[in-house]
Write a protein that binds this ligand. Sequence first.
Ligand SMILES: [Zn+2]
Length: 222
Amino acid sequence: MTIKKKIIEILRENTGKSFLDSGDYLGRHWEENQKRNFEEEERVFVEVYTDEKGKPVEIITYRNIYHFLKEHLEYDEECEKLQKEFDETLELYDTYLDAMEDFFKEKFEDTTGLINTYNYDAPISQSLQFIAARGDMDDWILLQVHNGCDIRGGYTHPKVFKVDDLDYFLIEISSIYATCEKCEYEEELEHGYISEDKIDEEKIRKKDGKIVHKCGGIINFI
Ligand SMILES: [Zn+2]
């Protein structure tokens, strides 16, 4: 199975309806994801909030989880093998998290411990819950995507992948870079966020659907 198909399958995995879901109007990711054409979507989503005069007061950027996972993960026979081993341990556990942690800690010496990106305000379109590891040859990850509505429930079945470069994965998941096409302006946006102070300082404005810098150059988010 190609990595694209594998990721789309996860993003569309039915994680059910939870009594924790506060309202159907928010929608569940897995339901919305049935109709999306991920490949044609942008890598980074940009939301601009403006005042009554149309001046931006807040810009929020976040990664499209599909492109993010596609760019960082690999799936091959070794992953398949490890997945099978992991799945066989599941009957011993009540929760996925305990199973994930024990499995990776037994397999690898150097692990990240369990991480939920929601707790770090990671700029990504759906939260990830994972444990990752540096192996002898490859970096590995065992991850769940949050496909539900309420953050306390609605996680997918944990899946094993190889990570192209774990350090880079961890950097990209925590921030987004704004770069100007025309001048030297470049900035790391923590949590993908641009405050009003920063907008005023760099005279950032919205023009024809693009985010434009004070020099007139278009700002890209990578
Ligand atoms: Zn510029």
